[in-house]
Write a protein that binds this ligand. Sequence first.
Ligand SMILES: [Zn+2]
Length: 168
Amino acid sequence: MLCLDAKPNKAHLKLAELERAGKLTAVITQNIDGLHTAAGSKTVYELHGSVHRNYCLKCGKSYSAEDILKSEGVPHCECGGIIKPDVVLYGENLDDRTVTGALSAIERCDTLIIGGTSLTVYPAAGFIRYFNGNNLVLINMSSTPYDNKADLVIHDKVGEVLDKIKVN
Ligand SMILES: [Zn+2]
Protein backbone atom coordinates (compact mmCIF):
# COMPACT_ATOMS: atom_id res chain seq x y z
CA MET A 1 0.00 0.00 0.00
CA LEU A 2 1.38 3.33 -1.03
CA CYS A 3 1.29 6.17 1.45
CA LEU A 4 1.67 9.54 -0.22
CA ASP A 5 1.98 11.21 3.19
CA ALA A 6 5.30 9.46 3.97
CA LYS A 7 7.94 11.98 4.98
CA PRO A 8 11.72 11.74 4.42
CA ASN A 9 13.47 10.15 7.41
CA LYS A 10 16.83 10.98 9.02
CA ALA A 11 18.74 8.98 6.41
CA HIS A 12 17.09 10.77 3.48
CA LEU A 13 17.73 14.18 5.06
CA LYS A 14 21.36 13.45 5.96
CA LEU A 15 22.16 12.25 2.44
CA ALA A 16 20.67 15.45 1.01
CA GLU A 17 22.75 17.48 3.49
CA LEU A 18 25.92 15.62 2.48
CA GLU A 19 25.22 16.34 -1.19
CA ARG A 20 24.67 20.06 -0.51
CA ALA A 21 28.03 20.10 1.32
CA GLY A 22 29.73 18.61 -1.74
CA LYS A 23 30.57 15.34 0.02
CA LEU A 24 28.15 13.08 -1.80
CA THR A 25 27.94 12.55 -5.57
CA ALA A 26 24.81 10.51 -6.01
CA VAL A 27 22.13 8.45 -4.34
CA ILE A 28 21.12 5.13 -5.90
CA THR A 29 17.90 3.61 -4.61
CA GLN A 30 15.56 0.71 -5.28
CA ASN A 31 12.70 2.46 -3.50
CA ILE A 32 9.91 4.01 -5.57
CA ASP A 33 8.62 6.39 -2.89
CA GLY A 34 10.52 9.44 -4.20
CA LEU A 35 11.58 10.37 -0.65
CA HIS A 36 15.22 11.13 -1.55
CA THR A 37 14.04 13.79 -3.97
CA ALA A 38 11.53 15.05 -1.41
CA ALA A 39 14.38 15.36 1.11
CA GLY A 40 16.29 17.60 -1.30
CA SER A 41 18.74 15.21 -2.98
CA LYS A 42 19.45 16.33 -6.55
CA THR A 43 21.30 13.42 -8.16
CA VAL A 44 19.13 10.38 -7.47
CA TYR A 45 19.11 7.20 -9.55
CA GLU A 46 15.77 5.51 -8.87
CA LEU A 47 16.43 2.04 -10.27
CA HIS A 48 12.82 0.98 -9.97
CA GLY A 49 11.33 4.35 -10.88
CA SER A 50 9.05 6.58 -8.83
CA VAL A 51 5.34 6.57 -8.10
CA HIS A 52 5.47 10.35 -8.39
CA ARG A 53 5.99 10.11 -12.14
CA ASN A 54 3.13 8.76 -14.23
CA TYR A 55 2.55 9.17 -17.92
CA CYS A 56 0.01 8.44 -20.64
CA LEU A 57 1.08 5.52 -22.83
CA LYS A 58 -0.58 7.20 -25.86
CA CYS A 59 0.30 10.92 -25.71
CA GLY A 60 2.97 10.99 -23.01
CA LYS A 61 1.25 13.55 -20.78
CA SER A 62 2.54 13.45 -17.16
CA TYR A 63 0.39 12.92 -14.11
CA SER A 64 1.10 13.20 -10.39
CA ALA A 65 0.58 10.39 -7.88
CA GLU A 66 -2.42 12.34 -6.54
CA ASP A 67 -4.04 12.27 -10.01
CA ILE A 68 -3.69 8.49 -10.08
CA LEU A 69 -5.16 7.98 -6.62
CA LYS A 70 -8.18 10.12 -7.55
CA SER A 71 -9.12 7.92 -10.49
CA GLU A 72 -11.23 4.81 -10.13
CA GLY A 73 -9.99 1.58 -11.70
CA VAL A 74 -7.36 1.82 -14.42
CA PRO A 75 -6.45 5.52 -14.75
CA HIS A 76 -7.06 7.02 -18.18
CA CYS A 77 -5.70 10.19 -19.76
CA GLU A 78 -8.01 12.84 -21.21
CA CYS A 79 -6.89 11.54 -24.64
CA GLY A 80 -8.20 8.07 -23.76
CA GLY A 81 -4.79 6.45 -23.30
CA ILE A 82 -3.89 4.42 -20.23
CA ILE A 83 -1.76 6.17 -17.59
CA LYS A 84 1.15 4.07 -16.37
CA PRO A 85 3.33 4.75 -13.34
CA ASP A 86 7.01 5.21 -14.16
CA VAL A 87 7.96 2.24 -12.01
CA VAL A 88 9.59 -1.02 -13.00
CA LEU A 89 7.13 -3.85 -12.52
CA TYR A 90 8.16 -7.43 -11.92
CA GLY A 91 9.57 -8.91 -15.12
CA GLU A 92 10.23 -5.51 -16.74
CA ASN A 93 13.71 -4.25 -17.56
CA LEU A 94 15.32 -1.44 -15.63
CA ASP A 95 15.61 1.87 -17.43
CA ASP A 96 18.92 1.92 -19.40
CA ARG A 97 19.80 5.53 -18.71
CA THR A 98 19.20 5.12 -14.98
CA VAL A 99 21.34 1.98 -14.80
CA THR A 100 24.14 3.57 -16.85
CA GLY A 101 24.14 6.65 -14.63
CA ALA A 102 24.15 4.59 -11.45
CA LEU A 103 26.98 2.32 -12.63
CA SER A 104 29.06 5.26 -13.79
CA ALA A 105 28.64 6.93 -10.38
CA ILE A 106 29.73 3.71 -8.66
CA GLU A 107 32.75 3.27 -10.96
CA ARG A 108 33.98 6.80 -10.30
CA CYS A 109 33.44 7.01 -6.56
CA ASP A 110 36.13 6.63 -3.91
CA THR A 111 33.75 5.66 -1.12
CA LEU A 112 30.60 3.61 -1.56
CA ILE A 113 28.15 3.48 1.33
CA ILE A 114 25.50 0.78 1.03
CA GLY A 115 22.74 0.95 3.59
CA GLY A 116 19.57 -0.85 4.48
CA THR A 117 19.85 -3.82 2.14
CA SER A 118 20.80 -7.45 2.69
CA LEU A 119 22.39 -7.31 -0.78
CA THR A 120 20.60 -10.39 -1.98
CA VAL A 121 18.24 -8.70 -4.46
CA TYR A 122 19.56 -8.51 -8.00
CA PRO A 123 20.35 -6.58 -10.11
CA ALA A 124 21.22 -3.87 -7.59
CA ALA A 125 23.33 -6.27 -5.52
CA GLY A 126 25.46 -6.94 -8.61
CA PHE A 127 26.28 -3.24 -8.90
CA ILE A 128 28.92 -3.64 -6.16
CA ARG A 129 31.15 -5.38 -8.67
CA TYR A 130 31.57 -2.05 -10.50
CA PHE A 131 33.12 -0.38 -7.47
CA ASN A 132 36.88 0.25 -7.79
CA GLY A 133 37.29 2.79 -5.01
CA ASN A 134 39.03 2.57 -1.65
CA ASN A 135 36.28 2.44 0.93
CA LEU A 136 33.33 0.08 0.89
CA VAL A 137 30.99 0.75 3.81
CA LEU A 138 28.03 -1.51 4.62
CA ILE A 139 25.32 -0.45 7.04
CA ASN A 140 22.60 -3.04 7.65
CA MET A 141 20.85 -4.64 10.61
CA SER A 142 21.85 -8.16 9.59
CA SER A 143 25.00 -9.47 7.94
CA THR A 144 25.29 -9.53 4.15
CA PRO A 145 27.22 -11.74 1.71
CA TYR A 146 29.63 -8.80 1.23
CA ASP A 147 30.53 -8.14 4.87
CA ASN A 148 33.94 -9.82 4.49
CA LYS A 149 34.77 -7.63 1.45
CA ALA A 150 33.87 -4.34 3.11
CA ASP A 151 36.31 -1.95 4.76
CA LEU A 152 33.75 -0.98 7.37
CA VAL A 153 30.66 -2.95 8.45
CA ILE A 154 28.07 -1.50 10.83
CA HIS A 155 25.17 -3.69 11.92
CA ASP A 156 22.62 -1.10 12.93
CA LYS A 157 19.73 0.92 11.50
CA VAL A 158 20.98 2.99 8.57
CA GLY A 159 18.95 6.03 9.65
CA GLU A 160 20.47 6.07 13.13
CA VAL A 161 24.01 5.62 11.82
CA LEU A 162 23.80 8.29 9.11
CA ASP A 163 22.15 10.68 11.55
CA LYS A 164 25.36 10.69 13.62
CA ILE A 165 27.46 12.05 10.75
CA LYS A 166 28.42 15.66 11.36
CA VAL A 167 28.61 17.65 8.13
CA ASN A 168 31.00 20.61 8.22
ZN1 LIG B 1 -2.90 10.88 -23.24
